[in-house]
Design a protein around this ligand. Structure first.
Ligand code: G3H
Ligand code: ZN
Length: 278
């Protein structure tokens, strides 16, 4: 089993009409918990590390990347490693040596032409270095504590014709689309624009990726996969589970009881959300 290229997991999921869950990890406990949750379901999973998580780790990618690789190698299910929401070219260029098979290059905050130019150059570099690359068009809001964008604002949702051109002109292997989800939601109350997803799935040949999936109830997650989403990114749901468990089990000195509870809570969340994808 163990460590496999994340892009291959997405390709296999797409061929089977399914989606692979990709969880954002911050600590070693996140990585252990996600793998435990995936093992319970018997399904492959992706561990992803965002540029923000690298910043939290004092800008050092290698220690947490190596820990995640070691967890993946010992796993009982296939596990991919993915570098997520990369804006820095310097971080992008560390991906291969740090053991990542894929990256998400995020220039979605830029106007269309600048996003395309930056993404094409990242894709050229990624492919020359054997990496699978995901990009974003239309901005999924809520990143870095920002308020979600007005869903009716131009560019807030992904336009299918623009998406087709963007993929063809940039050469990316997967596309993250803005269809109503938003990052960092702590309640599962969001709903997606399923008609738009249907149009995007018809227009775009590469796998579609859903970001901000913590805010979606199980029924919306299942409908997203049925509608053509092939990679489902989940972060906040793990952090909510971890934080609640630590608050309940906090001890004055020994971190092991509350980290054990946190890991179990995250594993249960991961297993339930993987199962919800169908
Ligand atoms: O790229 C990461 C995801 O989009 C996670 O979003 O924390 O809202 O689940 P989330
Ligand atoms: Zn995201």
């Amino acid at each position: 089993m163990s460590l496999v290229p994340a892009g291959a997991l997405v390709t296999q999921a797409a061929a089977a009409g399914r989606a692979v869950a990709a969880f954002n990890i911050i600590t070693l406990e996140h990585a252990e918990a996600v793998i435990e949750g995936a093992e319970r379901t018997g399904l492959p999973v992706i561990l992803q590390l965002s540029q923000n998580a690298v910043k939290f780790r004092s800008g050092r990618l290698l220690p947490i990347a190596r820990a995640a690789s070691a967890c993946a190698e010992a796993a009982g299910v296939p596990v991919g490693l993915h570098l997520d929401h990369v804006q820095s070219s310097e971080l992008l260029r560390q991906a291969v040596d740090a053991g990542f098979g894929s990256v998400m290059y995020d220039a979605a905050r830029l106007p269309y032409g600048e996003n395309l130019e930056a993404t094409r150059s990242a894709a050229d570099w990624a492919h020359a270095n054997g990496l699978w690359i995901e990009a974003e068009l239309g901005e999924v809001g809520g990143k870095d504590g920002a308020a979600p964008p007005d869903p009716h604002a131009p560019g807030a949702r992904t336009d299918p014709d623009e998406a087709r051109r963007f993929v063809a002109d940039s050469g990316v292997d997967a596309l993250a689309v803005a269809i109503g989800s938003s990052h960092a939601m702590t309640s599962r109350t969001a709903s997606l624009d399923h008609a738009l997803l249907g149009r995007l799935a018809k227009a775009v040949e590469v796998p579609l990726v859903l970001h901000g999936s913590s805010g979606l109830p199980d029924s919306e997650l299942a409908a997203a996969v049925a509608g053509g989403i092939r990679k489902v990114n989940i972060g906040t749901a793990l952090n909510v589970a971890m934080t609640e468990a630590i608050r309940t089990h906090l001890t004055p000195a020994d971190p092991r009881p509350y980290l054990t509870a946190a890991r179990s809570a995250m594993a249960a969340t991961a297993a339930a959300m993987i199962a919800a994808l169908g």
